[in-house]
Design a protein around this ligand. Structure first.
Ligand code: PAF
Length: 289
């Protein structure tokens, strides 16, 4: 569904002016925050936003504050023209594409931190990551003032943290979490998949196969978290190039590890293939997100 006009705004002043106008004639606004380099996962978030509001704003900003000093900020894939075309084809109305100076005036001294939840799972190896995410998302919420915002379930910890931030700080926005979109072989779509060489790419689907096996174990009645975790580890270790960072079975409310699998429990993993860190997660018992 191609829209005739896709407007691109680079400044906070301009996008605010446009959105104030749209709001004044009763339009509801949905935000899809992204760092660009779109794949089908991002585009599916645009679809979800379209179903839930009148105007879809896609923000496209590679946010420096969520990258640690040794992470991939400089080489993070970027292709604005391609992203613009794909967003237009998918029916987005507005792209917000600011530069770093626009988002982070110098000096920038104010951060938003969601305690506890941002220090576990991915937060253990990426200690400033979620502080950067919550800060930029809070800024985007203040700039766009959306009625709804759509995030991908692939970044489950991010979605949980953002929901908590929204509840704690009373942001008037509904958070929708959209399902993970996978390649045909089960690998969760991610902009970082482009970093994998052909051998790594071939082995990476072991992650999803191991998670599927875990679901089957639970369906057969295995509710001991340690046994399920062990099975996932053994499976993933069959891929010679895989290096497991963590496998954790946690409660979706507080991200604390559980002993017994019950509704509200999901498994999250981070696995390295060479220099590429992949994350994935599945519910072990059906959950309402
Ligand atoms: O999920 C992402 O792409 C980013 O973390 C987000 C939410 C756009 C914030 O920079």
């Amino acid at each position: 569904m191609e829209k005739k006009h896709l407007k691109v705004y680079n400044t906070i002043y301009d996008i605010r002016k446009e959105l104030a106008l749209l709001r004044s004639v009763g339009k509801t606004i949905g935000l899809v925050p992204t760092m660009g380099y779109f794949h089908e996962g991002h585009l599916s978030l645009i679809d979800v936003a379209r179903k839930n509001c009148d105007i879809v704003v896609v923000s496209l900003f590679v946010n420096p504050t969520q990258f640690g000093p040794n992470e991939d900020l400089a080489k993070y894939p970027r292709d604005f023209e391609r992203d613009e075309r794909l967003a237009k084809e998918r029916g987005a109305d507005i792209i917000f594409y600011p530069d770093t100076r626009e988002m982070y005036p110098d000096p920038f001294l104010t951060y938003v931190v969601t305690e506890k939840l941002s220090g576990v799972l991915c937060g253990e190896s990426r200690p400033i990551h979620f502080r950067g995410v919550t800060t930029v998302v809070a800024k985007l919420f203040n700039i766009v003032q959306p009625d709804i915002a759509v995030f991908g379930r692939k970044d489950a910890q991010q979605a949980i943290i953002i929901k908590k931030m929204v509840a704690d700080l009373n942001f008037p926005v509904e958070i929708i979490v959209a399902p993970i979109i996978r390649e045909a072989d089960g690998l969760a779509m991610s902009s970082r998949n482009t970093y994998l060489n052909s051998k790594e790419r071939k082995q990476a689907p072991i992650i999803y196969r191991a998670l599927q096996k875990a679901i089957e174990m639970v369906q057969r009645g295995e509710l001991d978290a340690e046994s399920v975790e062990r099975s996932i580890r053994q499976q993933i270790e069959t891929a010679p190039l895989a290096r497991i960072e963590y496998i954790e079975i946690v409660n979706e409310k507080n991200l604390e590890p559980v002993k017994t699998i019950e509704p509200g429990t999901f498994v999250a993993v981070a696995v390295w293939f060479g220099k590429t860190r992949l994350i994935d997660n599945v519910d072990l018992i059906d959950l309402e997100w």
